[in-house]
Design a protein around this ligand. Structure first.
Ligand code: DQA
Length: 147
């Protein structure tokens, strides 16, 4: 099975970016942990980050037909992007939305996700562990799909 991990805008700054909100773990550490986990369970994994909405859409479209799941932290685009929502719906690749911070405990504009309704599920507020949990959810899902 093959998994794509997609990180949206400003997540390249993790570790130094508002550590009281997002924690001290860097994106590199998150990707390294996920890659080790994937190796352990025989899952192929590709981790990508982009600050650009169109680049995220391009990467998702490239995944069509060759990727079985996407772990996606869309950053600020979560709350604004009709185009990313359409992409998730249009590519039909099962996607789990992950947020490090608890978006529901923060500013009102973060309470609404345009993407969550077309995702398999949403994990929010648990820090970097959220990515690990999403990975395990996909393992279960892959087994059910016979992958
Ligand atoms: C975030 C939450 C978003 O509201 C914010 O814009 C981010 C990070 C998170 O992981 O907690 O960039 O997706």
């Amino acid at each position: 099975a093959k998994l794509l991990v997609l990180h949206g805008p400003n997540l390249n700054l993790l570790g130094t970016r508002e550590p009281e909100v997002y924690g001290k773990t860097t994106l590199e550490q998150i990707n390294r942990d996920l890659t080790a986990l994937a190796q352990e369970f025989g899952v192929e994994i590709d981790c990508c980050q982009s600050n650009h909405e169109g680049a995220l859409i391009d990467r998702m479209q490239e995944a069509m037909g060759n990727t079985h799941g996407i772990i996606f932290n869309p950053g600020g685009y979560t709350h604004t992007s009709v185009a990313l929502r359409d992409c998730i719906a249009g590519t039909s690749i099962p996607t789990i939305e992950v947020h490090l911070s608890n978006v529901h405990a923060r500013e009102e504009f973060r309470h609404r996700s345009l993407l969550a309704p077309v995702c398999k599920g949403q994990i929010t507020g648990l820090g970097a562990i959220g990515y690990t949990l999403a990975f395990h959810a996909f393992l279960e899902d892959f087994a059910k799909r016979g992958l």
